[in-house]
Design a protein around this ligand. Structure first.
Ligand SMILES: [Cu+2]
Length: 227
């Protein structure tokens, strides 16, 4: 018992000397990208969309320019909380939702099928050590889980039944990453104080970076130019 108390005291001292906080901000799209294109889906999938057109999702921005689907991370960061909950990707109306995701190495990526038809889930990693897999998933089928051992940006998932279906998962070997939301905002939680390179990557727009200093948190807004 005495040694446990000593250990707890030591942990408390360490925690007291190092501070951490959230890195937050907003990514704003500058310029006007090419209009999104309609995806010609098959009639069965078209019915599931109830008359809604299926469009490409290259640039998803709100009325203020807030740019969704940016992968935001601290380059070369180490550690961070291990991610216990799986990343969940659904297949709905013959689309993968969300389109852009981030995960940690070995974090389960759980793929659901909410459609009344068969999909096949086919991740096609490019990095040695990450395994390509191809699994059929029936209507009402059990979720499928995938994990990847190596860091890899924009690891592609596709469906060979519906060749327009794609989702991308950026896999990190640390816990300091996020994907910007519908308003372009992001939050990377629990970042220890220090200097970092904050990187924003967009699948079409490319990469922007900013040096930041975290002191009990930090705020950083970045612009992404349309390409
Ligand atoms: Cu499919």
């Amino acid at each position: 018992m005495k040694s446990l108390i000593l250990t707890l005291t030591a942990v408390a001292i360490v925690a007291g000397t190092a501070s951490a906080g959230d890195v937050t901000g907003k990514i704003t799209l500058k310029g006007t990208p090419a209009p999104e294109k309609e995806i010609p889906v098959d009639p069965t999938c078209g019915k599931l969309q109830a008359g809604k057109k299926v469009m490409t999702r290259f640039y998803v921005a709100d009325s203020t320019g807030g740019l969704a689907d940016c992968v935001v991370y601290l380059e070369g960061a180490k550690g961070g909380a291990a991610a216990a909950a799986p990343v969940v990707i659904d297949q709905k109306g013959c689309e993968y939702l969300p389109y852009i995701n981030s995960a940690q190495v070995n974090q389960p990526i759980r793929v659901l099928n909410s459609d009344p038809l068969m999909h096949n889930v086919h991740p096609t990693p490019a990095m040695d050590g990450n395994k390509e897999q191809n699994k059929a998933q029936m209507a009402g089928g059990a979720p499928l889980e995938f994990t990847f051992a190596k860091a890899e940006k924009f690891l592609r998932f596709k469906c060979d039944v519906h060749p327009w279906m794609f989702s991308y998962v950026s896999v990190f070997d640390h816990g300091f990453h996020a994907v910007s939301g519908k308003d372009g905002s992001f939050k990377i939680a629990g970042v220890p104080d220090g200097k970092y390179k904050l990187v924003v990557e967009h699948r079409k727009g490319g990469k922007v970076e900013k040096d930041i200093e975290v002191k009990g948190g930090a705020k950083a807004d970045l612009d992404m130019a349309a390409k």
